[in-house]
Design a protein around this ligand. Structure first.
Ligand SMILES: [Zn+2]
Length: 530
């Protein structure tokens, strides 16, 4: 009897060791709870969001993780402020005795990033091409010209390229993303920054900008006197044409000029006048943070991060009578994987050498504010952070044949990432649309920007036993019908095998990185190299 029980125990241990002890069923149950109507769509600043963070903290504690947040708690407070530009906003361009007035939303959108309720000012306008300073590509749109105190006018995106060594070829680099433009404007001491929208350079129409900028949006609260742009915004192509009409230039002419490497800033000889009134609202929210200390006395000061955002859109405009945006796939699924990884990490007798930090970020749906705050206020310094492995929206549609890893190929973790994929019989798929810049649109990116190798272990695109093209079809269906809709809801027939596979992949990769002698890094010459 005793012997057979012993054998049973061994057999069970072997069976669970095969997939690292990971349970698709536990992942299912966490997903089910976190996306239930009771959690009201996990809105930031809403009750459901509070319940979600309590649940995550409790589950991490049950797994054996220690508090890693503020004052011995499992929470890191994230102070946000909601900013909404009011309809009385005025913006105009003046040249001598001629002027053009622009209408909010019809012609322009703008936010006063100084977080003041009122701002009235005027400043000269200067055109700076794509607004890029990229020494590794010998590209500098500023050419040493002093633009401080001015309002910069530019286009989004980057110089077109089919050469992999120049702005990553077809792929969009961070230099091409609009947030970079505003950051670079601020580094140059500009007063404001306006992007002239074209559908080609933005890759989406004006309605997308109008919808996202035309309502309250949360920002990380800044202290008094913090450097910020008084006006950060976009103007339509038509309004841009009217503005440039005062100067003898045109949109097409400036677009062409901005594509030449010998481009120099063009003083437009006009003054821009702005009056912005802003409705402000403080929003308190929090990241969840828990840690398993490492076993090596020296290396335990360094961490491997596992992350996933807990927030979704909360309670909002009803669709077919349903006001709860459950966010089952986006991103109860990633949180469930995070909790399962903590469970397995906590039940491992031989702890890895480095510590493992589990982070559930807030406010990802408001352009990644929780991870931005974390990167500015890290619990472990960036140079002691080995990697961030992030999980965001995984698809419960069966057994995966592949895993998507965007950005991993730019780090020296890549050979290990490939080796583990082979071990688990997974292929690695790369981003199907590198020009869309998906890499810059998930929480891991906040960590990359401070030099930490970071990427998302993404959803599968191919599933075993399913017809060819099933993954793509199911993805299109999810994306067009359920993404960011109240119908992103838990389905009882979902098969969570792919999520267990993604968790196992992350477990093996994170564990090996936690045990290796040296910290990983970006490849030499990469924009994010430490
Ligand atoms: Zn989302």
């Amino acid at each position: 009897m005793r012997n057979s029980i012993g054998l049973l125990v061994i057999a069970f241990a072997c069976a669970s060791a095969q997939n690292g002890g990971i349970s698709a069923e536990r992942i299912r149950e966490h997903t089910r709870f976190l996306s239930s109507d009771l959690l009201e769509g996990r809105g930031v600043g809403q009750r459901g969001g509070q319940i979600a963070t309590e649940y995550l903290a409790s589950q991490l504690a049950i797994a054996g993780a220690k508090p890693a947040g503020d004052n011995g708690t499992y929470f890191q407070k994230v102070p946000l402020v909601g900013l909404e530009t009011q309809p009385d906003a005025r913006f105009s361009a003046v040249a001598g005795d001629k002027s053009v007035d622009f209408q909010l939303l019809e012609d322009f959108v703008a936010v006063n990033m100084t977080q003041q309720p009122e701002a009235t000012f005027q400043a000269p306008a200067i055109f700076v091409g794509h607004g890029i300073t990229a020494p590794e590509y010998q590209w500098d749109d500023f050419k040493g010209v002093d633009v401080s105190g001015k309002i910069l006018i530019f286009f989004t995106n980057e110089p077109p390229s089919s050469d992999d060594k120049f702005f990553d070829g077809r792929a969009l680099t961070y230099y091409g993303r609009w947030p970079y433009k505003y950051e670079e404007a601020l580094r140059h001491g500009a007063r404001g920054a306006i992007i002239i929208h074209t559908t080609a350079t933005a890759s989406y129409g004006w309605d997308v900008i109008r919808n996202s900028w035309g309502k309250e949006a949360p920002y990380v609260k800044t202290g008094p006197g913090a450097k910020a742009l008084s006006l950060q915004g976009w103007i339509t192509r038509e309004a841009g044409e009217k503005m440039l009409g005062l100067t003898g230039h045109s949109v097409d002419e400036l677009l062409a000029a901005s594509e030449r490497s010998d481009f120099k800033p063009i003083d437009l000889g006009i003054t821009l006048r702005a009056h912005l009134t802003t409705k402000m609202r403080e929003i308190e929210t929090r990241n969840v943070a828990a840690i398993f200390p490492g076993s090596d006395p020296k290396l335990k000061d360094e961490v491997v991060i596992y992350s996933a955002h807990w927030d979704h859109l909360g309670v909002g405009t009803p669709v077919n009578g349903d006001p709860i945006y459950n966010g089952a796939i986006d991103n109860a699924s990633g949180c469930a994987v995070l909790l399962e990884l903590a469970h397995v990490w906590g039940s491992t007798v031989q702890r890895p050498r480095r510590s493992a930090l589990f982070l559930a970020f807030t406010a990802e749906e408001s352009v990644m504010k929780g991870s931005e705050y974390y990167a500015a206020h890290p619990l472990f310094p960036a140079n002691k952070t080995a990697i961030d492995l992030n999980f965001d929206a995984l698809y419960p549609w069966g057994r995966a044949k592949d895993v998507v890893l965007t950005g991993a190929e730019r780090t020296n973790v890549w050979p290990l990432a490939q080796q583990i994929a082979r071990r688990l019989n997974l292929t690695i798929s790369s981003d199907a649309q590198p020009e869309a810049g998906h890499y810059f649109r998930s929480d891991h990116f906040a960590l990359s920007r401070v030099g930490v190798p970071a990427f998302t272990i993404g959803h599968a695109t191919e599933f075993a036993g399913k017809p060819d093209g099933f993954g793509e079809k199911a993805y299109q269906e999810y994306n067009s019908k359920h993404y960011h809709q109240p119908s992103d809801e838990f389905q009882s027939d979902w098969d969570f095998t792919a999520l267990a596979q993604a968790a196992e992949y992350g477990l093996l990769l994170g564990r090996d990185i936690a045990n290796q002698d040296r910290l990983p890094d970006w490849r030499p010459g990469d924009q994010f190299h430490r």
